[in-house]
Write a protein that binds this ligand. Sequence first.
Ligand code: MEV
Length: 332
Amino acid sequence: MRRVIVSAPGKLFLLGEHAVVYDGHALLTAVDSRLTLMIDHDPDATTPTVTIHAPNVGLDGWSASLPEVLTRTAYANKSSFIESCLKRFHEQTPLTGGFVVRTQSDFGAELGLGSSSAVVAATLYALAQLFAPDTNRMTLFEMGLDAIQRVQTLGSGADLAAAIFGGTIYYVNRKPRHVIEIPLDDLPLLIIYSETKAGTVNLVKEVRARYRRYPAIVEPIIHAMLNTVEQGKQALEAEDWPTFGELMNVQHGLLHALGVDTAALAEIVFTARQHGAFGAKLSGAGGGDCAIVLATEKQQAALQTAFADQHRRVLPFKPHADGVRVETAPIS
Ligand code: MEV
């Protein structure tokens, strides 16, 4: 029996959500809310089986034969992402034997921090540790994007890139897709939950429908968003927070114009600005999930009080976290 334990971080969009879907680019940071995944591999299993214990998605001992998993073509279960990763990995490096997969997460899917991408990143990284330890992160990313697109056709891959590479990244969703890691000493962000779970796939479809209906309006909005990302990259590299904050405010306005803002997100954003933050915006698909606020440590203390008064949850996670990595503590 061989055992490997790995973990992958959650993610936040800093700039470029939605626009990245249209052959665009985005800035993201990994957050230190982690999904841990452990695989026990039995190379000599007489009946090769895949068993999954993933309480965060409601799987408690789900099981199927390995040949069934490796030949599946349609996915509709909670096990889909792990199954799709096993199949995609097998196409590169043949898998045999029995697999018991366990996951444990510090963050639920309701926060919108990219729990599915973290599962995909962790599954492929764990398989690579067992069968092909020289696999580089870009190859893992490409396999992961294939695995995700077999389960859900939509998706830019930005969340997955953040989970695999970690840190803070500039992600380009055009061929050849690539990731530029941005070194930072500091990223003074607060993450505030809007208390609503967003439906990412529906929001991406809604924006696409609006794009088709009003191309002359939506096209320039997307273009402006991508320019905001470009200028944001320079400000981020220089750790120029006043400029980056202003660009976050601009991006929030553009996301509002796309129709993905909510009253709760807008309230968080305006509270942050009124209390002296450099900038604030919704992060991710919108329609709920989290907002991010850029503010000095001193401003953050005042903001913590303002959000507490509004009964808003400031999430305890820090940005610029490690990407996928090996762990030692087993999942019980
Ligand atoms: C969702 O986290 C981010 C979107 O840009 C969709 C995607 O990038 O796949 C809205």
